[in-house]
Design a protein around this ligand. Structure first.
Ligand SMILES: [Zn+2]
Ligand SMILES: [Zn+2]
Length: 361
């Protein structure tokens, strides 16, 4: 019997989201039904609502969630009802060309539930990033539900599912920050601050936070930034050089994703340094850099997809670091809201006034 639950649906491009009843099927083979306890509001949900992630309306939004497994389908051997999980939008298939190459964190054929969730009239919903967790219950591939320590509060744990993992992983997995490195992070929202926290936890010697908003720079210091630069009135490339003996940082992370910030990250690196792009650009943006600079400055220009994470390895690790008091997930939670307040949370997000609004169910 399908479960009728309340959920946040984006019905058409640019329209305000609506809370509607939806039908969630019982889990089929390889699937898990999850009772959602908390789900963070991410920029990507807003991008779906604005039609920037394709035209497959209606979308079931929400993809940064923690909850409890309610039922599992046939063939699911490693999850049981009652397990506490964080949902991942990457569940490596194990057989695509990237998984076979030993790089499951790039999996090109990530698993999702096979059965659709629907509106009451049977219209299939497209779940955001294959999850759809602004709902009392959701259906996912069992491999998307990653067991973590139930001592972690849902509103903190949920953030591991997207923004915090993306930022932390950009520093630790993609940037490979090591003890003694110098790191700069441009953009101190949720993702940028998670990159700062990750760089600090991995032993970076200097972590330089760059933003145009002093309030965000204050937060960055709380997450461990050793230096801050407000780039509204200062050239951040010059400022970073001044803080690093004239040479630039080992790893520069662009958590904004605009041509200006990408170029700043490119030029604030030391020779042979690493640039990590984790901020998502808008379609049509272009960056122009002299080919001779690309060659002569050397190093690596990397893009970080979901923090290049392996959820089954990284989620329990980050949750444990939180429980040991090393990773301050609580400070990412600016406000707790209900399903009915997601549209208002998009406005708050546009104003840059929050790190994360989290729906608590
Ligand atoms: Zn997200
Ligand atoms: Zn794969």
């Amino acid at each position: 019997m399908p479960h009728e639950v309340r959920a946040v649906v984006a019905t058409k491009k640019g329209a305000p989201v609506e809370v509607q009843p939806i039908l969630v099927p019982d889990p089929g083979p390889g699937e898990a039904l999850v009772s959602v306890q908390a789900c963070g509001v991410c920029h990507t949900d807003l991008h779906y609502r604005e039609g920037a992630v394709g035209d497959d309306f209606p979308f079931l939004l929400g993809h940064e969630a923690a909850g409890v497994v309610e039922a599992v389908g046939d063939g699911v051997t490693d999850l049981l009802p009652g397990d506490y999980v964080v949902l991942a939008w990457r569940a490596p298939c194990g057989t695509c060309r990237s998984c076979r190459r030993g790089r499951p964190w790039y999996c090109f054929d990530s698993r999702n539930a096979a059965q659709p969730m629907t509106l009451l009239d049977g219209t299939p919903l497209t779940p955001a990033l294959g999850i759809g967790a602004f709902a009392e219950k959701t259906l996912v591939a069992a491999a998307q539900a990653v067991k973590v320590d139930p001592a972690a509060r849902p509103e903190a744990a949920s953030l591991i599912g997207c923004g915090v993992m993306a930022g932390y992983g950009a520093a630790v997995n993609t940037g490979n920050v090591q003890r003694g490195n110098t790191v700069a992070v441009i953009g101190c929202g949720g993702v940028g601050n998670a990159a700062i926290a990750g760089a600090c936890l991995n032993g970076a010697r200097k972590v330089i936070a760059i933003d145009v908003d002093d309030r965000k720079l204050d937060q960055a210091e709380k997450f461990g930034a050793t230096h801050i630069i407000n780039s509204r009135g200062t050239d951040p490339v010059e400022a970073v050089r001044a803080l690093t003996g004239g040479v630039g940082v080992d790893i520069a992370i662009d958590a904004v994703g605009r041509p200006e910030t990408y170029k700043q990250a490119f030029y604030m690196r030391d020779l042979a340094g690493t640039l990590v792009q984790v901020g998502v650009p808008e379609p049509g943006m272009k960056v122009e850099i002299p080919l001779s600079d690309l060659f002569s400055r050397g190093g690596a220009l990397k893009s970080s997809w979901y923090g290049d994470c392996l959820p089954s390895r990284d989620f329990p690790d980050l949750i444990d670091q939180y429980l040991y008091g090393l990773l301050d997930l609580e400070s990412f939670v600016t406000e707790r809201i209900s399903l009915d307040e997601v549209e208002a949370a998009f406005d708050t997000m546009r104003g840059g006034r929050v790190l994360r609004s989290v729906v608590v169910l």
